[in-house]
Design a protein around this ligand. Structure first.
Ligand code: CP
Length: 309
């Protein structure tokens, strides 16, 4: 595995996370710094995406690199039966970095085992989405002024939601308190509950998205119930509309509260929340550009200037 690959948020230390956030801050101030010197990056998306693919590709373009890739595997030789292994080996002949989203958990880890080109995991099934986590951490830091000692409420699909899994793991360095709000079918999986127990992370589990939970949160992290992860469509229909955030529910919330969502949303956040200054999900997606510029530089071993605070 290339040392600068990023497959799981668990692959990077607290110091590295802080370095990446500092680099993201640099790129927010200098988004067009051309430091890729024409290097070529592949974006291989075996699953649909709007934000992740387009922000990675914008990041490469703004840094002066070039992008090849696909967003629809049906137009590639995958549709003729070419394996993932062969695809990765072939693409490695052409590029300096591979950014890949795949529907199978573990696909990104597997890719790192068959190539020496660095790989960034842009989401593998219900497993991990580490670049999303870096932009989430950057958004939390920007809005709260710290990552330490925050109360973070995660709501919705905590079972299949790879963004909440990655964020939970990354926050272990910063003494968080978590609230997990979900129905039984979509609660946080046992392996992540164990992770909290093993790392001394405080958490409570709720089925009710109550005023008491909302009014004592610093961050509410809403998630979509992902139809594409269900094998039983009736089960999806039963749980898809259980949690919905409306503007009226925020009346007594903390002044510093910010509402995050990895997006896309369906109906879990009412449109009437969008104009509330505590709604931060669109700015959060914009922060993805800067965080991904930082991650691309890390993967390619390119040093980013330190920000003057
Ligand atoms: N947050 C996120 O991964 O969005 P996309 O699926 O649009 O890339």
């Amino acid at each position: 595995m290339a040392t600068n690959s990023l497959v799981s948020i668990d692959d990077i230390s607290k110091e590295e996370i802080l370095r990446i956030l500092s680099a993201a801050q640099y790129f927010e101030q200098n988004p067009d710094h051309k430091i890729l010197d024409g290097r070529v990056v592949a974006t291989l998306f075996f699953e649909p995406s709007t934000r992740t693919r387009l922000s990675f590709e914008t990041a490469v373009n703004r840094l002066g690199g070039r992008v090849i890739g696909f967003s629809d595997p049906s137009v590639t030789s995958t549709s003729k039966g070419e394996t993932l292994k062969d695809t990765i080996i072939m693409v490695s002949n052409y590029v300096d970095l591979i950014i890949m989203r795949h529907y199978l958990e573990g696909a990104a880890r597997y890719a790192t085992e068959v190539t020496d080109v660095p790989v960034i995991n842009a989401g593998d099934g219900a497993n991990q989405h580490p670049s999303q986590t870096l932009l989430d951490l950057y958004s939390i830091y920007k809005t709260q002024g710290t990552l330490e000692n925050l109360t973070i409420t995660m709501v919705g699909d905590l079972k299949y939601g790879r963004t909440v899994h990655s964020l939970l793991m990354a926050m272990r360095y910063f003494n968080p308190t978590f609230r997990f709000v979900a129905c039984n079918e979509l609660q946080m999986p046992q392996e992540y509950i164990r992770f909290c127990d093993d790392n001394g992370i405080a958490y409570t589990v709720h089925s009710d998205f109550s005023e008491a939970v909302i009014d004592t949160s610093d961050i509410i992290y809403m998630t979509r119930v992902q139809r594409e992860r269900f094998t039983d469509i009736m089960e999806y229909e039963r749980v898809k509309d259980l949690y919905n955030l409306r503007n009226s529910m925020l009346v007594n919330s903390r002044p510093n509260l910010r509402i995050l969502h990895p997006l896309p949303r369906v109906n879990e956040i009412d449109r009437d929340v969008d104009d509330n200054p505590k709604a931060y999900y669109f700015q959060q997606a914009k922060n993805g550009l800067y965080a991904r510029q930082a991650l691309i530089c890390r993967a390619l071993g390119i040093e980013v200037p330190i920000v003057n605070k």
